[in-house]
Design a protein around this ligand. Structure first.
Ligand code: KG4
Ligand code: ZN
Length: 363
């Protein structure tokens, strides 16, 4: 079965073709056209600008995805599209395009929750060797998934496929949003995650000590699994206001970036381990754009090995951490598998009813 995925919820226009064959998933193509350079001037995503770019880029991206996969429209068995959450002007371009393709090509259509896509990015394996059992094939439920993106920070418990219980979430900013805001404070550009991580990597430990930085680890002592990151951004802001001249000092910028990143990573890890000790998942997964953060990937691995000896740890490949359409198609594969023949038939008419929903809930 060949599934087309389309994603336009934020500032990436993406299309992908995946093939599912006897339970194995193979990404045939995954094309992502990023608009970050366009939004960088504004320090964040401008919704109407994003919509204009999606409109311009979606057809070429789709054509390229088909070409790279060596397929044509007749090969496609199912169309999947992100229908929320996200920026409404951006979502509307993707959903209306997918609805039109479904109608004109007479193919079934499924709307996918963006975060469900991020979670299912963990089920994409670049190369599965036939002889050894893959990590994904051996993963077991329940799964605890730490979702960390530009719009979401959640701990999600999955007892089975497509079953989500949110056991904790941010009360204010998302982790990625905090990276973006601190990058702006440090004049590092947009998107914040990669540039803050890069600056942190070059921090000189000896010099960093002399700045005496110590940011809080918000909510770690609270008896729940919720997060709060807006105070951390404020801590970075106050710190840099003390002596604005220091913002010209590369060593200082790196030191602030490092301390901020470590504070975020500490909080995420402490809460995830705490939640795992209470809910005893067999697998822990990472999902969303911030899962590209190397320190988070590495330090969570270390903490799980130390504190949760029998828990499997799965992370998405780097190319599927930030927004892409392969993750949407893969989530679509699991949804399709779960549907009755009648529901599958009805999906031919989804184009009549599918709506973009900026605040779509994960369920
Ligand atoms: O999942 P995503 O591509 O879009 C949303 O669904 O929001 O996530 C984007 C977020 C941005 O806030 C970006 O700064 C952050 O992910 N991000 C990172 C890294 N790469 C992207 N944060 C920390 N470290 C990174 N390496
Ligand atoms: Zn995303």
């Amino acid at each position: 079965m060949i599934i087309l995925g389309i994603e336009t919820s934020c500032d990436e226009t993406a299309a992908s073709l995946i093939e599912s064959k006897r339970g194995n998933l193979n990404v045939l193509s995954s094309v992502v056209s990023s608009q970050t350079a366009i939004h960088a001037d504004w320090g964040g995503v401008v919704p109407n600008l994003a919509a204009r770019e999606h409109l311009k880029n979606l057809i070429p991206v789709l054509e390229l995805a088909l070409k790279q996969a060596g397929k044509s429209k007749k090969d496609i068995d199912l169309i999947t599209i992100t229908h929320g959450p996200g920026l409404i002007p951006a979502l509307l371009i993707g959903t209306n395009s997918a609805k039109t393709l479904s109608y004109v090509w007479n193919k079934p259509l499924l709307g996918i929750h963006h975060i469900e896509g991020h979670i299912y990015a963990n089920f994409i394996e670049d190369k599965i060797s036939a002889s050894s059992k893959s990590k994904v094939q051996s993963l077991k439920f329940p799964i605890l998934c730490l979702v960390v993106s530009g719009g979401h920070t959640q701990l999600v418990l999955m007892k089975k496929h497509l079953d989500y219980k949110i056991i904790g979430q941010t009360l204010d900013d998302a982790a990625g949003e905090a990276f973006d805001k601190v990058a702006r404070i440090l004049n590092l550009g947009y998107p914040g995650g990669p540039v803050v991580a890069k600056a942190a990597k070059t921090a000189n430990n000896l010099k960093a000590k002399s700045y005496n930085l110590s940011f809080p680890r918000p909510m770690v002592n609270k008896n729940n699994f919720d997060f709060s990151f807006s105070g951390l951004k404020t801590a970075a802001l106050y710190e840099t206001k003390k002596n604005p001249k220091l913002l010209k000092d590369k060593n200082y910028i790196s030191a602030v970036a490092k301390e901020f990143q470590q504070a975020v990573v500490d909080v995420l890890i402490i809460k995830t381990i705490k939640a795992a000790k209470e809910y005893n998942p067999k697998t822990i997964m990472l999902a969303g754009g911030v899962s590209a953060n190397k320190e988070l990937r590495k330090q969570l691995d270390k903490a799980i090995k130390k504190e949760l000896k029998n828990t499997l740890y799965i992370i998405p490949s780097m190319s599927y951490c930030i927004d892409n359409a392969a993750m949407i198609a893969v989530a679509g594969h699991f949804r399709w598998k779960n549907m009755s023949p009648t529901q599958k038939k009805k999906a031919l008419n989804t184009w009549k009813t599918l709506q973009a929903d900026a605040n779509l809930k994960l369920k």
